[in-house]
Design a binder for this molecule. Structure first.
Ligand SMILES: Cc1ncc(COP(=O)(O)O)c(C=O)c1O
Length: 498
């Protein structure tokens, strides 16, 4: 099909002359639309207001893509809107390849990339391609529910592994694999792992290079393919520093910025056993439904065949728009955008955790802190009306009611709620208490995500453990974030006495 001059009567392609789009035009933000520096002198709120007030002063650039190419190799609707190769538009392939090479620096030479329609679909394609019905898949004990949902119809069975403040625990992984009992489990040892190492959904944990090496080595030993679903890679916000100790950010050059990011599994993958899923959802927009695999060429070929029988290829309009954006920005512009984007989310994360620090008494843990830049905090209630002397019964004011690991990446704060001292704990158990508290918070006008939905295996009423909520700071304005934490505090005060 690609041979120049070939007269192909073999396909069933509609004639591009009948496509009713003569050209498409886009107006895009310039890459330096958001600042690269935070100012510690500014109040937490002022940056938000700057963000909103600047919308009328946005600096933009425009692009137009016509139906037919002016020069060979140009993006053109004639090909972009035609049935195409599952591998995507050649220009997009080039941009993605350059990006992977410069940013993730894979550890072996002949890696391949292949576009997909977002990480959700990418993972579903992997499930259909490399798993047999009844195969187990190693997952974290708390996992993105859609990843589990994609496996269920294919009969793949989640095998949860314990986590700590850095995400999946290598100790727990080794134990699970070493002690694998085929007859008790009713399945052979898994050969696939699904993992979200940066800003994990739902726990917000981020894994450092050392842990990745440990897990990779175990996967080499037990022959496990690692599927790295990494939508939050560029939302690496760094360690949370309490407001009073915060200093201004220094600007990093491009290489220093890339070096500052926790490396991908690709960096340690000397055997080609990693399938990395990248998506434009969090760096450009989710509606684009565009991302890509990076993996060894054999896996890429199989995934390409699987794509041909489903989406065929990502949407042609999407490819035109995202490719035009990236060609306009160039590599340096996209890196500039990503740097600023990370900073935007950092400021949101800081502001949200500052709200918690105002509402609750946050005590940093002394036992498991500073893992991969994250600190765990125990939260207890602050006495609101201090003129009333606290009685012996007021344990709620001194005992932690919940803890959180201040995330160093992503969009989520994961709350672990300690229900043991609740008056109804012995009769209700933690699951019912989680639902009760979640309902009361919702009725007060704030919606958290209840922890149980992130368990890869069903949570029973008598399952021992703690309550959990996933709360997101990515998409609300400052008043809403502040109000949400205040409402949570008010509901919790009542709840501990119910
Ligand atoms: C872990 C994880 N994977 C995948 C996705 C979705 O990615 P995409 O929009 O590329 O399908 C999300 C986000 O919602 C996520 O948290």
């Amino acid at each position: 099909m690609n041979k120049p001059g070939l007269i192909s009567l073999a396909g069933g392609l509609p004639n591009a002359a009948y496509f009713p789009f003569a050209s498409v035009t886009g107006e895009i933000l310039v890459p330096d639309s958001f600042p690269l520096k935070t100012n510690s002198e500014e109040s937490s709120l002022s940056w938000f207001w700057k963000l909103f007030s600047r919308s009328d002063k946005e600096k933009t650039a425009t692009f137009t893509v016509g139906k037919y190419p002016k020069h060979s190799g140009d993006l053109a609707l004639e090909s972009a809107l035609q049935y195409g190769m599952a591998s995507g538009q050649p220009k997009l392939q080039e941009v993605i390849h350059e990006f992977v090479e410069k940013v993730y620096k894979p550890d072996y030479g002949n890696w391949a990339t292949l576009v997909h329609t977002g990480n959700t679909a990418g993972w579903a394609t992997v499930v259909q391609t490399i798993l047999n019905p009844g195969d187990g898949v190693i997952v974290s004990e708390w996992t993105y529910p859609s990843a589990i949902g994609a496996m269920q119809p294919y009969g793949s069975i989640p095998v949860p592994v314990g986590m700590d403040s850095e995400g999946m625990s290598s100790i727990s992984l080794r134990k699970t694999l070493a002690e694998w009992d085929e007859s008790a489990r009713g399945m052979s040892r898994p050969h696939v792992m699904y993992t979200v190492p940066i800003g994990q959904n739902p726990t917000g944990t981020t894994m450092g290079i050392q842990r990745k090496k440990e897990i990779y080595d175990i996967c080499v030993e037990y022959d496990i393919i690692i599927v790295e679903d990494d939508p939050y890679y560029f939302l690496q916000e760094g360690k949370y520093v309490p407001k009073s100790e915060r200093v201004s950010e220094t600007e990093l050059d491009d290489e220093a910025f890339i070096a500052s990011l926790a490396p991908s599994y690709l960096k340690v993958d000397y055997q080609g056993r990693v399938i990395r899923l990248d998506t434009f959802s969090k760096t450009v927009c989710p509606g684009a439904r565009l991302g890509w695999f990076t993996c060894n060429p054999m896996f890429a070929e199989r995934l390409e065949r699987a794509t041909e029988t489903s989406a065929q290829a990502p949407c042609g309009f999407t490819q035109v728009y995202v490719t035009s954006l990236l060609l306009n920005w160039r590599y340096a512009g996209y890196i500039r955008w990503l740097k600023a984007l990370g900073l935007q989310y950092k400021q949101r994360r800081d502001y949200f955790l500052d709200c918690f620090a105002e509402e609750f008494h946050l005590q940093p843990s002394t036992s498991m802190q500073d893992t991969a830049g994250a600190t765990m905090y125990y939260a207890s209630l602050k006495p609101k009306r201090t003129f009333i002397p606290l009685s012996e019964k007021d344990t709620a004011f001194s005992k932690p009611l919940f803890s959180l690991v201040a995330p160093s990446s992503g969009m989520f704060v994961w709350l672990t709620l300690y229900f043991e001292d609740h008056p109804s704990f012995s009769t209700m158990g933690y699951k019912a208490l989680e639902v009760k508290l979640w309902t009361e918070i919702a009725e007060a006008g704030v919606l958290f995500a209840p922890g149980a939905i992130f368990s890869p295996i069903p949570v029973e009423d008598d399952t021992p453990g703690n309550g959990h909520f996933r709360v997101s700071f990515s998409n609300s304005n400052p008043e809403e974030l502040k109000k949400a934490v205040t409402v949570f505090g008010a509901v919790l005060r009542k709840f501990v006495r119910e």
